[in-house]
Design a protein around this ligand. Sequence first.
Ligand code: C2E
Ligand code: MG
Ligand code: MG
Length: 664
Amino acid sequence: MSYQTYEHVAVGEHFVQFYENDDFLIEGLTDYIGSALAAGDKGIVIATKPHLEALEENLNQLGLLDCERPNDGDDNYLSFEASKMLPKFMVDDMPDEERFTDLIGGIIREAADEHNGHVRVFGEMVALLACDTLQSEQNHAAAIRVEKCFNKLLQRTCFSLLCGYPMGAFPRASDAIVFHEVCNLHTRAIPTEKYKAPPNTDALQRTIVSMQQKAFSLASEVNERLLIEQALRAVNFDRLTGLPNRSVFQDRLQMEIRKADRSRLSLALLFIDLDYFKEINDTLGHPVGDMLLKQVGQRLSSSVRASDTVARLGGDEFTVILPGVNDLGIVDHITQSILQKLLEPFQLGNDNVYISASIGITLYPEDAASTQDLIRNADQAMYASKDLGRNRTSYFDKSMQEAAQKRMKLTKELRNALPSKQFRLDYQPIVNLSNGKIYKAEALLRWQHPVNGLISPVDFIPIAERSGMIIDIGEWVFYEAVRQVMLWRKYNADFQISVNVSPVQFNKNNNNQLCRWGEFLKGNELVQENAPAGITVEITEGLLLDASPIVINQLLAFRDVGIQVALDDFGTGYSSLSYLRKFDIDYLKIDKSFVFDLDTKPDNLALCEGIIVMAHKLGLKVIAEGVENRKQCDLLRDAGCDFAQGYLFSKPVSVEEFEAGMSE
Ligand code: C2E
Ligand code: MG
Ligand code: MG
């Protein structure tokens, strides 16, 4: 005998077989259990007594079973008479899930443990329910419940299962619903026509069942195809916007490059990044941010030709491939149309939201030959658009690549700077304008590069922030400043050093760092009751715009240990009064760009005076940055400014020079 139908049965499969009569059942059952025994697997059968006997006789003839001791326990074969099992789990003619699971589940579990999951179970369903047909609603419900119990067992235990129903169990047209429900509870329905129908079987009945089964196989095939399509979509398309995702985009770009080679036409790649999307996400919430991204996707798709590809790489980054470019006019036309369309208001729930985008453009084959290089170029050009003031397009050019290469080199070298002790802190005095005394200094980081010499923090702090290195560097700055201020407090008990803290250090993933600083200072002499701590932190307005609970809590935790907070570069960012009221800020530092032409531009003087009055009203002290001459200093003092810092007093200097200055 060949075990064609059941030769390969995977663990976890749950088949259903509709049999026309007993011969048919026994033949199928012999196949199913016989092939298991032949393979050394365990076979468990629950059926009526006559069916068990017929099966065992067949298995015996095949040499797969010793009929004398069919249930010996050592054997791979285990059989149960349904009528004896039934009373153990039926309650009021309905299978009780708990009892069923205990009894049948227990038997199967034990076998599965012994046989490492190589277990095949057969359940004769009407026998299990003590009925001939499922005609009554009660029997229908009982069958469905047993199948569901089996499915639960299959989730927890490794085995495969064949359930057999007589064809006559679903005799009426209205049974089609239950028939389908039964089919749906299985992974596969074994087609009837695999077996020769005995000649005396009612032809009509046979046809009906075989047609039902074909319909089911077809339905499950369609269903499978749908599932496959869904899975493919999930893998290839962005769930939010329905646009191709990064991997599809890369494939398409590769394909378009090949087409461009054949057609000898160029292609343009656009990299589109929304401006200030993070702010929208943070202020209006992620669901609104998601709605916006979805609509942006739609507007992008409607701005391009059918032959173009719009994709979402992730976050607020989109790309567009424009193939068949023989004149840049078309690229300019499309990019301008994209910018215009994105400027129109987005209706998101009750809000009207306005955004813009920065676009970078690169061309194949003009700018690069590979997909990776093209993407990198477009990204760099996009950054150029951001730097130039956003809401614009920039074409990639070689200087961008050079700048990017320089940045990459610097990033590599920066990794080595901390272990190689290439950093130092310079200190710039902060002068009290009412008495000219110096009780404060700002710690400013210096990178002494072994080849390039001194590198400005303006050049390397952004790199450190982007690469995450700012965490370790910030840690070093903090402890170094702590060490220094402890020494200087010996000369002056109120001395304070301020350290610049990057917004990245407030990020939730790095939050522990700032908590540790607070904890560290708690037990330290720098913290004394009712007096400001020896360390002050300088933050920027961008951080307050985020206003996440993490930031708020962190600022409060600083307050708890007496760490004062200064708002750096005031006037260059979002400069909102509401932040100053909302957060615990002690000092406001007027940016040097306002101080720079204070003495020549009356407007700037008016601005500084306004800032000082406002800050004082809110209980903040004011520090003016970048004071370079006496006139600026006098004007600021007259305006009521509390502190000043700048080349007039001293440039940032080394510890030794600073100490020399103090002892003068
Ligand atoms: P900042 O915190 O606003 O520091 C003041 C900057 O103004 C310093 O530049 C200082 O040298 C410069 N400055 C001071 N007085 C004058 C003046 O009279 N005229 C002019 N034109 N400039 C003056 P520096 O040292 O190049 O630092 C630049 C920025 O780098 C700092 O701006 C700060 O944002 C950042 N930075 C410096 N050290 C650190 C650090 O340890 N951590 C972090 N995260 N950022 C740092
Ligand atoms: Mg600062
Ligand atoms: Mg500043």
